[in-house]
Write a protein that binds this ligand. Structure first.
Ligand code: ADP
Ligand code: MG
Ligand code: ZN
Length: 636
């Protein structure tokens, strides 16, 4: 509704108010209060008696109705009276003949529209107030009412994203994976002709600030297609059903602009495991999730060409239904950048700024393990701000180094600065895991070793991936696992003659496995084939496991003793291996220290160089996205 109309409405209301007031306050009734009402016959009597001094006759003629009249007058005594008459023709003459001063007023015609407006006024007033509030509440105008169930996806139509992959530093694997999607969006026909099935849904997985949103936009930019960007949290509304309606609307809109790319950020906001959380049952989020699943199943990449990219940093809490084939079946990991990656990100954001000669990007990159792209961008900005405050002509290394401190100590405090010594310990710890995993027979191959901090707890990690799905684990497999878990701590002990708190998670998991072997898997000779304790799994807040104890104190003591024996044996085993291969441990730990990340290829090469006589076969490279998630094994 535009302004003029709105003002017109206001004027109308004002006019109505005035009309009503005039009508209400100046009605005859108000005047009549000063008059005594008498009967018509009484009036005739007074008239006959000649007691009337003044007489006013006013005809009230409503069209189509019989004539009636209001008769007012004053008696000789000064009292005023009022009465009503029906047929007053001749009354005036009669009264005049009696010497009364008579005035006759013209009939007062009721203006029909005034009557109508007056009677409708309260209703109109209410409507006016309602329209007024609706307009004020929703700044977008009256159409906003209908837009409630519309998707808030921002469409970059006329300006399809202009950024390209070159504004995204590092993330080479992710870019390569997205290339397929881009080619498809560019020329869907080519793919259709060949009958090639392109993934409908791509899930970008990685910690916040690593450039997932940026990658998605750049992918649309590379493909030169419209980009619909929305966030999972926008689907979560107070009103049940709104989220689902928005999902529907989003896909309907997108279909009009094919080929195009839809991006849902923070998918975990809607895609959480159904049945988890307080109350459990059917809630709004669940409806929304179902709608997404329906749309995903419904849109056929054969007919059009829409690709859905979603991002999350919590793939673990996503509903498994989302990850099924035909849905988000392609996962692309966007991890925190390593030294090289950080250097590249820094360079991208340093492009349009002036730097002093002493600025060394390589040094900055080495000083910032654990920082993500967004942090690095922030770092450069903080440096620039400091330089400006200090009136530097160009941004200096000092400015930037203070920038690092600011970013790291910032309100979010995502990661802390790790000292060189700490880094060395972490490198040895992780290398210890990796070497023992490599040497023990039957252990899953090492996929990646990293000393880039992940989250709060883990400072580094070693990722093992099984070559095939396993359903049976032998006792020696389990013992090996425990040895591998303990080897981080063992490595610290051998090299530094001291231990750190970094192995807490390893110890917990090792103990858990050992306990399971004793109480559930019947792998303890002393206790035999008994299952001890009952596990209960509850889906309440997340998933909880609690235990019912169904054995005696004595058995409990034996369990603990058995667990300790297993752990001790495994520990000795790890210690033997690492002592024997101390040279390998030193060599690989130092390479890791320098490079921060080692993939399986590098690691195997280093291992094989060190042990020429090694008869271990080379390790196949396994891609993360091809494996069921439950098999990923992070050793912290
Ligand atoms: P995410 O979506 O993973 O949380 P974003 O894509 O929103 O992260 O990244 C936030 C900002 O950080 C980006 O706008 C970009 O400026 C910067 N950034 C993050 N990663 C990179 C990168 N790999 N290269 C360049 N800039 C990056
Ligand atoms: Mg984002
Ligand atoms: Zn560890």
């Amino acid at each position: 509704m535009n302004k003029i109309v709105k003002n017109l409405g206001l004027y109308l209301v004002l006019i109505l108010a005035v009309v009503t007031m005039v009508n209400t306050y100046l009605t005859p009734e108000e005047v009549q209060k000063q008059y005594d009402e008498i009967s018509y016959s009484q009036f005739l009597k007074e008239l006959d008696a000649g007691k009337i001094k003044i007489l006013q006759i006013r005809n009230n003629t409503t069209p189509g109705e019989s004539t009636s009249a209001v008769i007012q007058g004053e008696l000789d005594g000064g009292q005023r009276f009022l009465t009503y008459g029906l047929d007053v023709s001749g009354l005036a003459d009669k009264a005049a003949a009696k010497g009364v001063m008579v005035t006759v007023e013209a009939p007062q015609r009721n203006v029909w529209w005034a009557t109508l407006l007056t009677s409708l006024f309260p209703t109109l007033l209410l409507i006016g107030v309602w329209v007024y509030f609706m307009n004020n509440m929703q700044p977008g105008g009256s159409s906003r009412m209908m837009a409630f169930s519309r998707s808030k996806a921002k469409l970059f139509l006329d300006n399809k994203p202009k950024i390209k992959f070159d504004s995204v530093a590092g993330c080479d694997e992710a870019k390569e994976e997205l290339q397929e999607v881009i080619q498809f969006l560019k020329d869907p026909e080519k793919f259709k002709k060949l009958g090639a099935k392109v993934p409908k849904g791509v899930l970008l997985v990685g910690p916040p600030g690593t450039g997932k949103t940026l990658l998605a936009r750049a992918a649309a930019g590379e493909a030169d297609v419209p980009f619909f960007s929305t966030s999972g949290s926008e689907f979560v509304e107070m009103l049940v059903g709104v989220g689902a309606a928005r999902v529907r609307d989003l896909f309907t809109q997108a279909k009009k602009y094919q080929p195009c790319l839809i991006f849902i950020d923070e998918l975990d906001a809607v895609g959480r495991h159904r049945g988890a959380g307080l109350g459990g049952g059917h809630d709004e989020r669940e409806q929304t999730l179902n709608q997404i699943l329906v749309e995903l199943d419904g849109f056929d990449t054969d007919k059009g060409s829409t690709i859905l990219i979603a991002a999350t940093n919590r793939p673990d809490i996503l509903d498994p239904a989302l990850l099924r084939p035909g849905r988000f079946d392609r996962h692309i990991v966007v991890d925190k950048p390593d030294v090289k990656g950080r250097e590249e990100v820094l360079k991208v954001h340093m492009k349009d700024k002036q730097f002093a000669d002493d600025v060394d990007v390589g040094v900055l990159a080495r000083q910032t393990p654990g920082l993500v792209g967004a942090d690095l961008e922030n770092l450069i900005n903080e440096g620039a701000l400091l330089a400006a405050r200090r009136d530097h002509e160009k941004i200096t290394m000092e400015d930037l180094e203070e920038g690092i401190e600011r970013v790291m100590a910032g309100p979010e405090r995502k990661s802390r600065l790790i000292s060189e010594h700490e880094k060395k310990i972490i490198a040895y710890h992780e290398t210890g895991h990796a070497i023992v995993a490599k040497i023990l027979p039957g252990a899953d191959p090492v996929h990646k070793i990293s000393i880039i901090p992940r989250g709060h707890a883990a400072l580094g990690y070693t990722l093992q991936l099984p070559e095939e799905d396993r359903f049976l684990m032998s006792k020696s497999d389990l013992m090996n696992r425990i040895s591998i878990l303990l080897s981080g701590r063992v490595s610290e002990e051998i090299v530094f003659n001291d231990v750190t708190s970094g192995a807490a998670n390893d110890l917990e998991r090792a103990t858990q496995i050992a306990r399971q072997m004793v109480t559930e898997l019947g792998m303890s000779e002393t206790l035999g084939l008994v299952k001890l304790g009952n596990k209960r799994q509850e889906i309440f807040l997340g998933r909880d496991i609690s235990e019912d104890r169904n054995y005696s104190e004595e058995i409990a003591y034996t369990i603990d003793k058995e667990v300790k024996t297993i752990i001790d044996d495994c520990y000795e085993r790890a210690k033997e291996i690492l002592t024997e291969h101390r040279d390998l441990l030193d060599k690989i730990a130092n390479v890791l220290l320098e490079r921060e990340v080692l993939d399986s290829e590098d690691f195997n090469k280093l291992m094989n160089e060190g042990a020429e006589q090694s008869d271990l076969p080379p390790m196949p490279d396994i891609r993360v996205d091809k494996l069921p998630k439950s098999n990923h094994d992070f050793l912290a």
